[in-house]
Design a protein around this ligand. Structure first.
Ligand SMILES: NC(=O)c1ccc[n+]([C@@H]2O[C@H](COP(=O)([O-])OP(=O)(O)OC[C@H]3O[C@@H](n4cnc5c(N)ncnc54)[C@H](O)[C@@H]3O)[C@@H](O)[C@H]2O)c1
Length: 705
């Protein structure tokens, strides 16, 4: 027998232990070994029942995703075949889960006749997050076991539940506490089922809970409506609902055939390819050049945040949410009080939406300690500075931090554009200085650009990467340059949007095209949210370096001069009704735009949606190519993560660089070239884009020299 499974006998029960490190993925070889072990157990007259358990940290992460591309996931025995073998077994088969049992592992458990799990085990069907539906009967069996409503929640959200919740829902027969032994409990259950005179119950033959759902035919359309906003643009969540609906409306054999068909269609879709790419991109980003796997990290037990403004307050909440005590300091008691008040309001709003209990909110707030005393920073492990964007102020603060903080503490800055090396230079420990660029709102957006200074050590990077994961963030390492990767790519995108309105478009048309593309909002709605005054300040800093022969769009400056700062003044590119964030096109702005075109002598023209998409998207991709060429980012997928987690770029398109690859770099290059010929500006195709396009290669294939 292969080493991928171990077989033991406990009295008359065969215990099959999966042992396919690191995550017991159900790759082909493991499936063969498990099938052989199952058949042997069933053929052995001395065996009354079987238990499937697993060695290692977790029970199993399910199917081997890499087999989706090779097609090996369908090789016999496929997971669906194995599960049918289990369900049809003449002897009871009980599964003993621990750690994590998701995807195919959860589906396998659903085919078993008894299910035991260690307390805290995470059980779920995350397939939807990869753009597919569960493909081994999950959508047909789960509603039979726990009912349609609960099954929809699990399958459509992809979020796992705990073993305890599983017991309440009827998914788990017994939860084993810390003092118990899951295999012993499973063996005892298997023995009890074997001594029962009836044949093992087949999940697929259960109908009681489906019958209940048949009484409420509107349940599926209601669910489609419920997720419409959240799942906008994604195909898989709706495909999941269709499959569960098929479980209710069709016989099992037809339902399972429908699930398979849907699975194959999703698996081969562009969306799923993009979402699988994003999944691997997140893992890839943890591998950073020069940071070995065994690089020592500093454990962050206590943190401090300097500045309790928009960003500082949000960052303090991130620590509190992760259970890490954090001190927040300000220069003035009144400002500090207001900052803490904003944090409390933020938590209160989460509580009022039912997303957090008030006890949990209080517990989190109690982890945030406001203080005016700089000396208190003496024993924290990391400080994140989030004061005004002013080099002289930041240098002064880093000098003081260097004097006060423990010698091994990490000193991080949340600057969005300043030179991290210059900030580090005033300390005696530049190797422990790093940028941690959070995105607004910091407690919500998952991106942290980790800015590696010239002296930043591997230990500091390893510490910051590990911290970002603990905070539930996606940390992406970038190098020092003006505005780093995310905002540097955003700039040409917003810039082209502004030229387009001078040439003939209106903000609402441009925003609609980009919203329909899948972004949470277009550049003008974004500008109103971030503040037209903020953009104005950025231009004051950037424009002096703009070569004089480049165009400049002054419309945003006019809005700034008119006091139209965006949502905060209820007027910006759009107008806003009291208490509403819905942008309403404003004739005053339209007049301003038309008169600006006239003053510039531009004859306004009809601009197609396609031109809008390409004029906005390709320049940001082009800037991404420059960033790669300069070594500011290590790989194209890092830039894709930055856009997905910093700006809500649709995951089903895989990020801008992946999108460019799927459009074809030759087309992107040629379109950029024609834009450059007509509009000049910063539209010259980047050398790397040209190079890859000529060679017929992709950003995904490119590796840094
Ligand atoms: N707002 C954003 O969207 C955003 C996003 C990413 C990064 N950033 C960066 O984060 C930093 C903070 O930005 P913000 O938007 O939170 O600004 P903010 O003005 O809302 O907050 C800055 C806070 O720092 C405090 N402060 C000033 N001097 C101080 C000192 N000596 N000691 C302690 N506190 C002091 C101020 O009182 C203020 O409350 C800036 O570097 C900014 O570029 C901002």
């Amino acid at each position: 027998m292969s080493q991928l499974v171990r077989i033991d006998r406990v009295d008359a029960v065969t215990v099959i232990t999966l042992d396919n490190p690191p995550v017991n993925a159900f790759a082909f070889d493991l499936r063969v070994a498990l099938r052989d072990a199952l058949v042997a157990g069933m053929d052995d007259d001395g065996v009354e029942a079987l238990v499937i358990a697993a060695a290692g940290r977790i029970f199993s992460a399910g199917a081997d995703i890499r087999e989706f591309d090779s097609g090996a996931s369908s090789d016999s025995p496929s997971l669906p075949e194995l599960i049918t073998t289990i369900e049809d077994a003449p002897k009871p088969v009980v599964v003993a889960l621990h750690g994590t049992a998701v995807g195919g592992a959860c589906e396998l458990a659903l085919g078993c006749h008894g299910r035991v799990a260690e307390a805290g085990t995470k059980i779920g069907l995350p397939e939807v997050t990869l753009g597919i539906v569960p493909g081994a009967g999950g959508t047909q069996r789960l509603p039979r076991v726990i009912g349609v409503a609960a099954a929809l929640d699990i399958i459509v959200s992809g979020k796992p539940i705990t073993a305890e919740r599983g017991r309440d829902l009827g998914l788990i027969d017994e939860v084993v506490g810390a003092d118990g032994d899951r295999v012993e409990v499973a063996v005892a259950l298997a023995h009890r089922l074997a001594t029962d005179s009836t044949a093992p119950a087949k999940t697929r033959e259960r109908d009681d809970l489906l019958a209940e759902a048949r009484e409420q035919p509107g349940i599926f359309d209601d669910y489609r409506g419920k997720i419409a906003r959240r799942a906008r643009g994604f195909e898989a969540p709706f495909a999941c609902i269709d499959c569960v609906e098929a479980a209710v409306t069709r016989p099992f054999a037809e339902g399972i055939a429908f699930e398979r068909e849907t699975f194959v269609r999703c698996r081969d879709s562009e969306q799923s390819k993009a979402q699988r790419y994003a999944f691997f991109a997140e893992r890839q980003a943890r591998k950073v050049r020069g940071v070995e796997r065994d690089t020592p990290e500093l454990t962050i037990a206590r943190a401090a945040v300097l500045g309790c403004g928009t960003m500082g307050g949000g960052i303090a909440m991130c620590f509190a949410n992760a259970g890490i005590p954090v001190i927040v300091t300000e220069s003035d008691q009144g400002v500090l009080d207001r900052g803490m008040e904003a944090i409390r309001r933020n938590y209160a709003s989460t509580v009022s939406k039912g997303r957090l209990s008030s006890d949990d909110a209080e517990a989190r707030i109690s982890l945030i300690e406001p203080s005016l005393d700089f000396d208190q920073l003496a024993d924290v492990d990391i400080v994140i500075e989030a004061v005004f964007e002013d080099m002289a102020l930041k240098k002064d603060i880093f000098g003081r931090l260097d004097a006060v903080c423990r010698a091994d503490a990490v000193l991080a800055t949340n600057t969005s554009s300043l030179d991290v090396n210059e900030i580090a230079s005033v300390t005696s420990r530049p190797e422990q200085v790093v940028g941690t660029h959070f995105f607004s709102p910091a407690n919500v957006m998952r991106l942290v650009e980790i800015v590696r200074g010239a002296a930043t050590s591997p230990e500091t990077l390893a510490t910051t990467l590990a911290l970002s994961r603990r905070l539930g963030k996606v940390g992406v390492v970038v190098g020092v340059c003006d505005s780093f990767a995310a905002n540097r790519m955003l700039y040409p995108y917003s810039r082209q949007a502004q030229f387009l309105i001078e040439e003939g478009a209106f903000p609402e048309q441009i925003d609609r095209v980009l919203y329909d593309f899948g972004l949470p909002m277009g550049p003008f709605a974004l500008s109103d949210l971030a503040g037209i005054d903020v953009g104005w300040r950025v231009r004051q800093h950037r424009e002096p370096t703009r070569p004089k022969n480049l165009r400049y769009s002054a419309i945003a400056d006019r809005l700034y001069e008119m006091g139209r700062y965006g949502q905060k003044t209820q007027k910006g590119w759009y107008r806003y009704e009291e208490g509403s964030r819905t942008p309403i096109p404003d004739p005053e702005v339209a007049d301003l735009i038309v008169s600006t075109s006239e003053a510039l002598g531009i004859e306004r023209r009809e601009i197609s949606d396609e031109e809008i998409l390409e004029r906005c998207m390709y320049p940001l991709i082009n800037e991404g190519a420059r960033i790669l060429d300069e070594g500011i980012a290590e790989r194209a997928s890092d830039l894709d993560l930055i856009w997905m987690h910093g700006f809500g770029f649709p995951r089903y398109r895989g990020g801008p660089m992946f999108y460019a690859d799927s459009v074809g770099l030759k087309h992107v290059y040629e379109t950029m070239k024609s834009f450059f010929e007509v509009h000049h500006d910063w539209l010259e195709p980047a050398p790397l884009l040209e190079h890859l396009a000529r060679e017929g290669r992709t950003f995904g294939e490119w590796t840094a020299p």
